[in-house]
Design a binder for this molecule. Structure first.
Ligand SMILES: Cc1cc2nc3c(=O)[nH]c(=O)nc-3n(C[C@H](O)[C@H](O)[C@H](O)COP(=O)(O)O)c2cc1C
Length: 212
């Protein structure tokens, strides 16, 4: 490599560290990545939710360069009303949009209610339809039940219509039976935890590839 090798940067602040010898020639180079920031959204408000538990597993098994924040504001969102979707929307909506905007990707895990997406989660996405933060955002879906095919398909349809970048290879079904959770709502099953880790690897690899 020539002495005037230039460092490259990416949109995600990738750093090129160049080690120079005394004569000025480049001897070695390595990359450090800024952490991938994921916002995890559960479609269930239930305290002992299996969907929320899976997202907690994701936060626990994520590698050190992947930071996962569990969104906990869904219950506080007002009912979507286009009349309120104005320049300065309600504070809870501003907070949601800010969190989506600063995330590199969104991880969704939702139950199915009556063959559909839970109303609270659909309400959340309705607040993002006209946002500038959500279009093209990488999104992965984890389905915690192999029975819940309608809600999963409906979410894919809605999010695609909203111009999200649904990363199909990172959309997985990881069934969680009731007895997989301990009384505190934790999932210790290593097979489940390994599956979550694998989907995270696929998702974050895709996010990094998109931003190089
Ligand atoms: C009102 C209601 C409707 C449901 N409808 C469906 C359904 O249509 N299909 C399905 O597979 N499960 C259905 N279920 C079961 C839930 O999806 C299941 O209990 C899931 O584990 C709940 O997720 P959570 O543990 O994260 O709260 C329904 C549950 C409730 C409370």
């Amino acid at each position: 490599m020539s002495c005037d090798a230039r460092s490259r940067t990416s949109r995600r602040d990738r750093e090129l560290i160049v080690h120079s010898s005394p004569c000025g020639s480049v001897s070695r180079q390595s990359f450090t990545h800024s952490p991938v920031q994921l916002l995890a959204i559960s479609g269930s408000l239930r305290a002992l939710s299996s969907n929320t538990a899976l997202l907690r597993v994701a936060a626990e098994v994520a590698p050190s360069d992947v930071h996962i924040t569990l969104y906990d504001g869904m219950a506080a969102l007002p009912h979507f009303n286009p009349d309120d979707d104005v320049e300065v929307p309600p504070p809870a909506v501003l907070d949601l949009r800010g969190r989506v905007g600063s995330a590199d990707g969104v991880l969704v895990c939702s139950p199915e209610y009556a063959h559909g997406v839970p109303g609270s989660l659909k309400n959340l996405f309705d607040w993002l339809v006209a946002s500038v933060e959500f279009p093209f955002k990488p999104v992965a879906l984890i389905n915690a039940s192999s029975m819940a095919t309608h809600a999963h398909a409906s979410l894919v349809e809605t999010l695609t219509t909203m111009n999200a970048n649904v990363v199909r290879d990172a959309c997985v079904t990881i069934p969680v039976a009731r007895d997989e959770m301990d009384p505190t709502g934790a999932i210790t099953n290593t097979a489940i935890r390994d599956q979550v880790r694998r989907m995270l690897d696929v998702f974050t690899q895709e996010i990094r590839a998109l931003t190089q």
